[in-house]
Design a binder for this molecule. Structure first.
Ligand code: SF4
Ligand code: SF4
Length: 450
């Protein structure tokens, strides 16, 4: 027995509120946060750095192509079933109707607003005050949750309790808070209809083959032209003219309205969900072919597979320590007294570790380095310098310095290398010395090896 629209809408509401709770609650659980200052994602105890290209790109490719596959099959279902904007807009439209006793839909054409409320003036003042209070409270919660995606609890507490002012938190909070208040208070579905860039993105994948509302033309005579289906549509569509509507978010509210109305006459709703055009559907029914996925879903699924491959490769080759070695200054040229290096060791692991640091000197030369041991917290980086004196080295000959960092308890060191030349000095008249080639200094960082 097919699901009734009323039940489908109830399921949709549960999905919507569960996803909204997940979106708002996730940063408070400590399971996910973006550390912009350090350039990393914090996923539980794990940290994924932005330069872990295969993991970051692979993960987002899986998300991106999975959603694209969803839109290619189910149309703009994200808007109707998952988007916090629609969830809150629907809730606030219902709330304002309950408070005022009439419908006030933001951004919808004036003829769709209901007439004057029968409530007393003082009741309306109280109702508007309550609505404004709810909008402000909801905006504060949403703003705080969004801030928590980028700032830790300690940073937020320090800022809001007056302990340590943070300019970024202040600017972000004011801008986002103002936007959310305007959005919830005034825009709501107006944003969905005219302003949402993500809606436009999903719309690009809508086609004749994706899930859509169907008006059963064979039962056209049953339609009482009550217009309920049109009146309840949050994005101002008329579902009786399926060729015309374009931004349907598959919320099923129109089917529910028709179901309620036609139920009074013991009849089934004239509207229903369906894939593809009516002609395609009839042909499928006639040939008893089952339709599982839209053909347009195949290329996004290939993208999901490629993203998964990249993600697995990234996870398999993940290096918990990043070692870098480079010249002290990009413009530095090895001179008469040698060359200076800047080195760094970053602990990308989720636990603190101790490290021993050693450098392999180039043939005939030596390395001066102050650091031999490090203790780094998770996500902590140590920067230090090395120096290779000129004595004992020849002109125009490549020399490689190797920096070796061993983690306590691990047999394999992490390594970075840097190769350079000391150009032969010029003769007093500016020409090269006989037999010498003036090669500019060059530095190559070797791959990290464990
Ligand atoms: S046409 Fe129906 S399913 Fe589509 S957005 Fe409007 S009410 Fe929702
Ligand atoms: S709700 Fe049903 S009966 Fe009323 S106008 Fe829409 S399709 Fe016709």
């Amino acid at each position: 027995m097919p699901l009734s629209a009323t039940r489908l809408i109830r399921i949709r509401h549960r999905v919507q509120w569960a996803l909204l709770a997940l979106f708002l609650g996730l940063p408070f659980t400590g399971l996910f946060r973006v550390d912009v200052a350090a350039g990393r994602f914090l996923v539980g105890d794990w940290q994924v750095w932005w330069d872990d290209f295969a993991i970051v790109f692979g993960f987002w490719a899986v998300v991106f192509f999975s959603m694209t596959a969803l839109y290619s099959n189910l149309g703009m279902i994200f808007c109707g079933w998952m988007c916090p904007q629609h969830t809150l807009s629907e809730w606030l439209n219902g709330l304002i109707r309950a408070l005022l006793g009439r419908r006030v839909l933001a951004g919808i054409s004036p003829e769709r607003q209901e007439g004057r409320s029968k409530r007393q003036a003082w009741q309306l003042v109280l109702a508007w005050a309550a609505f404004v209070a709810v909008v402000l409270a909801a905006s504060a919660v949403i703003t705080l949750a969004c801030l928590h995606y980028f700032f830790s609890t300690r940073q937020l507490w320090a800022h809001f309790s007056g302990g340590a002012f943070n300019l970024y938190i202040a600017v972000f909070a004011v801008m986002l808070g103002a936007f959310v208040v305007i959005d919830l208070g005034l825009l709501r579905h107006f944003w969905c209809k005219y302003m949402c860039p993500y809606g436009i993105w999903q719309y690009m994948f809508r086609g004749r083959d994706t899930l859509q509302i169907r008006f059963d033309t064979a039962r056209e005579g049953d339609c009482r032209s009550c217009s309920l289906c049109k009146d309840v549509c949050p994005v101002d569509l008329d579902p009786r003219q399926p060729e015309v509507y374009t931004r349907c978010i598959n919320c099923a509210v129109c089917i529910g309205a028709c179901e309620g109305y036609m139920g009074r006459f013991d009849k089934a709703p004239i509207l229903a969900f369906g894939f593809g055009t009516r002609a395609q559907e009839q042909e499928r029914l006639a040939t008893r072919r089952r339709r599982l996925l839209s053909p347009g879903v195949l290329w996004p699924l290939s993208g999901v597979a490629a993203g998964l491959l990249l993600l697995v490769t990234g996870l398999a080759s993940f290096q918990p320590v990043k070692v870098s070695l480079g010249p002290e200054s990009q413009s530095a040229t090895p001179g008469a007294d040698g060359i200076g290096y800047r080195a760094s060791v970053l602990n990308k692991d989720r636990r603190p570790h101790r490290f021993t640091v050693a450098a392999a000197a180039p043939e005939g030369g030596r390395v001066q380095m102050d650091v031999t041991a490090l203790a780094l917290e998770s996500g902590e980086r140590a920067d230090f310098t090395l120096r290779v004196p000129r004595a004992g080295l020849q002109y125009d000959r490549p020399y490689t310095v190797r920096l070796l960092v061993s983690r306590e308890g691990s047999a394999h060191p992490f390594e970075a290398t840097s190769t350079w030349y000391i150009p032969a000095p010029l003769t007093p008249d500016g020409s090269d010395a006989p037999g010498a080639v003036n090669i500019p200094a060059r530095v190559d960082n070797g791959p990290l090896l464990e």
